[in-house]
Design a protein around this ligand. Sequence first.
Ligand code: SDX
Length: 429
Amino acid sequence: MTQETLSIRNNSTGEEADFDLLKGTIGTPVIDVSSLNKKMGLFTYDPGFMSTSSCKSAITYIDGEQGILLYRGYPIDQLAEKCSFLEVAYLLMNGDLANTQQQQHFEHEIGQHAMLHEAMRSFIDGFHYDAHPMAMMVGIVGSLSAFYHSELDMNDPEHRRISAMRLLAKMPVMAAACYRHSIGYPFVYPRADLSYCENFLNMMFSLPSQKYIDKDNYIDPVAVKALNLLFILHADHEQNASTSTVRLASSTGANPYACIAAGIGALWGPAHGGANEAVLSMLEEIGTVDRIPEFIEKAKDKNDPFRLMGFGHRVYKNFDPRATIIRKACHEVLESMSGSDPLFDLALELEQYALKDDYFIEKKLYPNVDFYSGIIYKALNIPVDMFTVMFTIARTSGWVSHWLEMMAESGQRISRPRQIYTGNELRHL
Ligand code: SDX
């Protein structure tokens, strides 16, 4: 099959060169400009990587215009309806859904790796009680390489697999430990008789020597179902900012714990994973439906840095399929748990108001995954400053999948972008 090419002509010099047009299984073709500097002495310029592909990947596919999200080819709504988070994590990491025996072994191994090194408790205790849990997570996840410095031969696929399993297994344990530290409660250890999401709820909310209890003294299946759904919807999303950070850090050969800690730092930003926490703060600031117009005008005012948190997306320009699923789950969770939440009612009103506003229509700004997720987390009694930590737990499955995919590729090169220099000409002291 002849390779399709595309010519680039420099109109100021008349120079012209051909470049390969690469096509994936589905999606937008890309121009391979890796030889642009060699052939034409030029670099590309694309701040924010609006039109730049950084890698090839077989893990997730997004069609922003159609609102399509596929994990290893499976539509997100089918996975959300039919699978558990750990079944989706296995799919992302291994390329196919596990059979019963494979899934049982996978979940048994997750249980085996869940315990933290006991010395980590004193590390966590070193934080002030009011440290933001994301600040703690960046620190303690990075510190894993101090506790697990064996099995770090990144050329050994088994060492890579074990590191990925450790991260997936320990993330909810570290997250719950950060929360317990912030309220001065003793840490709760993971248990072999509980599922991934049951364990997390138990480690977060159980009272000493008791399973996590709610009004009926059992782990609420509605809460477990909601967590599985939210973790699945947040598991992976192509080359988003935090995943790209993990890939860039990994390209230097840094150990996986340091790379994932870098991803956590990137996710924390309010333009990215920090948006779910910012949405709740925004809804609480708006307070009542009659103040919605005031905040919509602020979001449209170019002189006002305020943005409508939970709206807009670099890729989705018609709707975020995850927001659609989460909005429906919000109704179910609130009806079964707390009846209603004025913030959810306010969110629905805000969504309807924004979707009718010319500015949001013209800019193609729709609710994204973060718009409703915080309301469910709030209904589950997850504190607001833990919302991005919840995103971290889920996205660890995507980050380690991209890390495994990247580390398995031969000929990996360090990521090292170029720039346009705008500083001083050569000058002498
Ligand atoms: C996530 O990449 C991923 O896949 C991320 C994610 C994932 O799963 O990993 O989906 C998770 O991070 C979701 C996004 C969560 N962030 C927020 O909700 C924060 C609010 N949203 C914005 O900050 C913004 O929409 C972004 C960051 C999400 C997208 O930014 P872009 O693609 O760079 O868009 P832009 O900033 O260039 O905005 C285009 C225009 C601008 O106006 P003009 O300069 O053209 O006049 O739209 C405006 C922006 O001012 N705009 C908004 C807005 N978002 C964009 N105006 C008001 N409110 C907003 N929320």
